[in-house]
Design a protein around this ligand. Structure first.
Ligand SMILES: O=P(O)(O)O[C@H]1O[C@H](CO)[C@@H](O)[C@H]1O
Ligand SMILES: O=c1cc[nH]c(=O)[nH]1
Length: 238
């Protein structure tokens, strides 16, 4: 296949080597408009906006992934396979499970469990453990320290369902040390592994299953995740 692809109408060379990937395409637009210089929209198929520009004079791209593993697997596959992208950094929101995290905290996903059937395509005689690229993780962790951001590192759950019908099942994940739930990272890590590329997931806790007093609104999830965004830009613009 050549570019443009079925889901991305950018030209060859439009994307930089590293793409920051929020679920919300309007978060991508917010980043392009508020953090980047020389930002140009490079793709907009189905409203899934993507931009390339500069942060403090260094190259970076940002593009929405949509919600769920099927959606991020399409965009990450096309970026890795046809646009020469090497690193995808998911910058997401998540729901806190652990007492050790609270709303607005930043989490870095060392691993991503899942209840998705996505890995069945690999026909493994066992289960695949989706993990972050170690170098991307280490660089992000060190940069967080430098910036005074208290980032928690650990496991997340990439769930196929946002609304779990009458389920208390989240507690079992929490008891296994899973910090938070989101919906894409296990698929992204698997896509990267299968294509010999690199990926990392960074999150801001937007709501919490125990500490239920504060919930970020959809507008806040679009525009108020600046610690995480700054951390990703400071680490990965090059
Ligand atoms: O805010 P984003 O990055 O979309 O991430 C989280 O928010 C969505 C659910 O509301 C899912 O995509 C989940 O992973
Ligand atoms: O997937 C998600 C994202 C934010 N909050 C949740 O509870 N789940």
């Amino acid at each position: 296949m050549t570019v443009p692809t079925p889901h991305i109408n950018a030209k060859e060379g439009d994307f930089h080597k590293t793409v920051l990937m929020p679920g919300d395409p309007l978060r991508a637009k917010y980043i392009a408009e508020n953090f980047l210089s020389e930002a140009a929209e490079v793709t907009n198929v189905r409203g899934m906006l993507g931009y390339s520009g500069k942060y403090k004079g260094k190259n970076i791209s940002v593009m929405g992934s949509g919600m769920g593993i099927p959606s991020i697997s399409i965009y990450s596959h096309e970026l890795y396979s046809f646009y020469g992208v090497e690193n995808i950094i998911r910058i997401g929101s998540c729901g806190g499970y652990s007492e050790d995290v609270n709303v607005n905290d930043v989490i870095i996903a060392q691993g991503a469990c899942t209840n998705s059937n996505f890995m069945s395509q690999f026909h493994l005689e066992g289960t695949f453990a989706p993990i972050a690229d170690f170098e991307l993780l280490l660089n992000t962790f060190n940069k967080a320290k430098e910036l005074g951001i208290d980032a928690k590192v650990g496991n997340v759950l990439s769930s196929d369902n946002f609304y779990a019908q009458g389920s208390e099942g989240w507690k079992k994940w929490k008891d296994l040390g899973v910090l938070a739930v989101e919906m894409e990272t296990a698929g992204l890590y698997a896509e990267a592994a299968s294509l010999n590329k690199k990926a990392l997931g960074i999150f801001t806790v937007s709501d919490h299953f125990i500490y239920t007093d504060t919930i970020l609104s959809s507008k806040e999830r679009e525009t108020k995740l600046n610690d995480m965004i700054t951390l990703a830009l400071e680490t990965f613009a090059e």
